[in-house]
Design a protein around this ligand. Structure first.
Ligand code: SAH
Ligand code: SF4
Ligand code: F3S
Length: 480
C-alpha cells in the first residue's frame, strides 16, 4: 500500500505555523508524506486563524470547495485545526458533516492517531458506499479534542519540517491574559501557560545539536513569560540569559512583546547579551491616548515613549517593529493623525498595519463600528506610505556598510539568494550557491528598497573581521 499523503495549509500567526510544523513532524514520523498539490492529498488539514474576518472568510470558502470535492471522494479526510476550530467548533460539528476533525490550538499531542482513525473509517465508509451524512456521527466521539495544554515538547521535531535547517521557532508560552478590547486571541488560545526554563533550555539544546543556530521564541505576550510560574522566579530576561549560554546558538529573537512588560531587567539583558537579536516587536496599536484607552491596552503614548527612551539609553542599536489597528471604533481623523505622528517620531523599522475587524464576543464589537470602510482604507494606505518612507530611509542608511546575513534560501529573482540581518532586515545578493543556506555571510549593501536591501557577497575573511568588530562593540557596550 502506498503511504498516505497529507496537505496542510497554515493561516495565522507564527505560533500557528509552528503548530503546523509539529503536526507535520508527527505525520511524517507516522509514515505520511506531504502532497505538493492539495488535490493529490488523502488528508487535507487547515490550520486556521480568527484574528480578523478576512482570515476566517478564506477558510470558509476553502471548506466550501472541500465539501464539493468530498462528494466524489468520500474517503478524503478534512481536518480544521487551530483558532477557528476553537471558535466555531459547535457550528462545524453540527453543520459541516464533510469536516472530519475539529482540533483546537495546542491539542495536537495525539493528532496523528486522530487522523489515522479518521482515514481508516472514511476508507471503510467509502467502500460501503454509506451516505455522506453518516460520516459525522461515525466520528462524533473522536472529533473534538480541545485542550490548552502545552503539547509541543511532546512532539519530536524533524529537520524535514523546518524550512531552514539552522532556524527554529520555540513556543515558550501559550495563551494570553490581556484584556485588549478588540482581540479574539484570549478566547481562542485561553489563559497564559509558560513552559519551565529547564524544559526550554533542553529543547533549545536539542535543536542546536540538530544544526539550529537561530532560535525565535514565541508567545502572544512573550515578555510576560513566567508570570504564571509562581515561585520559580522565571522571566524572559532569565530565559534569555540561560539560552545565551548554548555555544552553538548565534542568534536569539523573541516575538511578540507587550509594552507593559518591557522591564528594566529585560532591557539590560537585551543590552548585555550579544546574541540577542537587534530588533524588538513592540506593537503600539495606536498613537492616540483616547483610542489606546478604548482598546484597553494599559499604557499611554507617554509611557510607551518613556520605555523606549530607557531601552535606547542602554541599547541604541535595537530597531523597533510595531502593529497598528486603523479605524478602531471611535477613532477620529485627529486620533489617526496622532498615530501617523507617533509612527514617525519613534521611527519604526517595520510595521504590520490592520484595518479594524469586529470580532464577535469582544468588547469593541459591542460598540458601533462607526468608522466608514472608505476611511479605514484611506488610513491604512496613509500609514502604509508613512512606514514605507521610514523603512526606505533605514535601508538607505545601510548602503555601503557590511552586514552579517543568515542565508534563508533563493530569492524570487533568479540568481539571487536571500537572508536576514540581526535586525531582521531582508537582504538579497547575487549567488546561486544553495550550499550557503543556513550560513552567516558578509554582504555589502549597495541598494535600498522599501522592504529589503540588495548587496554583494563578500569573501569570508570579511565575515571574520565583521565578527571581531561585533565582539569589540558588544564588549564596549556591555555593563559590568
Ligand atoms: N499578541 C500580539 C499580537 C496579536 S494578534 C500583541 O498583542 O501585540 C496580531 C495583531 O493583529 C495585533 O497586534 C493587532 O494589531 C491585530 N489585531 C488583533 N485583533 C484585531 C482586530 N479585531 N482587527 C484588526 N486587527 C486586529
Ligand atoms: Fe490580543 Fe492584546 Fe493578547 Fe495581543 S496582548 S494577543 S492584542 S489580547
Ligand atoms: Fe490568529 Fe490564533 Fe494566532 S487567532 S493570530 S492564529 S493565536
Amino acid at each position: 500500500m502506498t503511504e498516505p499523503r497529507y496537505h496542510l495549509t497554515s493561516y495565522g500567526c507564527q505560533m500557528n505555523k509552528l503548530d503546523s510544523e509539529l503536526v507535520e513532524a508527527r505525520l511524517q514520523q507516522r509514515g505520511y508524506r506531504p502532497a505538493v498539490d492539495e488535490e493529490d492529498a488523502d488528508v487535507v488539514l487547515i490550520n486556521t486563524c480568527s484574528v480578523r474576518q478576512h482570515a476566517e472568510d478564506r477558510v470558509w470558502s476553502k471548506l466550501g470547495k472541500l465539501r464539493v470535492r468530498k462528494r466524489t471522494e468520500p474517503s478524503l479526510v478534512v481536518g480544521v485545526l487551530g483558532c477557528m476550530a476553537q471558535e466555531h467548533k459547535r457550528y462545524m460539528l453540527s453543520r459541516m458533516p464533510h469536516v472530519d476533525m475539529v482540533v483546537g490550538p495546542s491539542a495536537f499531542g495525539d493528532i496523528d492517531d486522530t487522523i489515522e482513525e479518521a482515514r481508516v473509517k472514511n476508507a471503510r465508509i467509502a467502500a460501503e458506499r454509506a451516505p455522506a451524512n453518516t460520516r459525522h456521527e461515525v466520528f462524533g466521539a473522536n472529533m473534538l479534542s480541545v485542550d490548552d495544554g502545552v503539547s509541543g515538547d511532546r512532539i519530536r521535531r524533524d529537520v524535514k519540517v523546518r524550512p531552514v535547517k539552522s532556524q527554529a521557532y520555540m513556543s515558550i508560552m501559550r495563551g494570553c491574559n490581556m484584556p485588549c478590547s478588540y482581540c479574539i486571541v484570549p478566547t481562542t488560545r485561553g489563559d497564559e501557560v509558560s513552559r519551565p526554563i529547564a524544559t526550554l533550555v533542553d529543547e533549545a539544546n536539542r535543536l542546536c545539536d540538530d544544526g539550529v543556530t537561530e532560535i525565535t521564541l514565541l508567545g502572544q505576550t512573550v515578555n510576560a513569560y513566567g508570570r504564571d510560574l509562581k515561585g520559580q522566579g522565571a522571566d524572559l530576561s532569565k530565559l534569555l540569559r540561560a539560552l545565551h549560554e548554548i555555544p552553538a546558538l548565534r542568534r536569539l529573537a523573541f516575538i511578540t512583546s507587550h509594552p507593559n512588560f518591557l522591564s528594566p531587567d529585560l532591557i539590560t539583558a537585551m543590552a548585555e547579551l550579544p546574541k540577542v537579536a537587534k530588533f524588538l516587536h513592540l506593537p503600539a496599536q495606536s498613537g492616540s491616548n483616547r483610542v489606546l484607552k478604548a482598546m484597553r491596552r494599559g499604557y499611554t503614548v507617554e509611557r510607551y515613549r518613556k520605555r523606549i527612551d530607557q531601552l535606547w539609553a542602554q541599547a541604541p542599536d535595537i530597531e523597533l517593529h510595531s502593529d497598528w489597528i486603523v479605524g478602531h471604533p471611535g477613532e477620529t481623523e485627529e486620533d489617526f493623525e496622532q498615530t501617523v505622528q507617533f509612527c514617525k517620531e519613534i521611527g519604526f523599522a517595520q510595521s504590520y498595519i490592520f484595518k479594524y475587524s469586529p470580532r464577535p464576543g469582544t468588547l469593541s464589537s459591542e460598540v458601533e463600528d462607526d468608522v466608514p470602510t472608505a476611511d479605514k482604507e484611506r488610513r491604512n494606505q496613509v500609514l502604509l506610505a508613512t512606514q514605507e518612507e521610514l523603512s526606505i530611509a533605514k535601508n538607505r542608511a545601510l548602503i555601503g556598510s557590511t552586514v552579517e546575513v543568515l542565508v534563508e534560501g533563493q530569492s524570487k529573482v533568479a540568481g539571487r539568494m536571500t537572508g536576514r540581518t540581526a535586525q531582521h532586515r531582508l537582504v538579497h545578493f547575487e549567488s546561486d550557491d544553495a550550499g550557503l543556506v543556513g550560513q552567516y555571510v558578509p554582504v555589502r549593501v549597495r541598494e535600498a528598497l522599501s522592504h529589503s536591501c540588495v548587496g554583494d557577497l563578500l569573501a569570508q575573511d570579511a565575515a571574520e573581521e565583521s565578527a571581531r568588530d561585533r565582539a569589540a562593540a558588544a564588549g564596549a557596550g556591555s555593563v559590568a
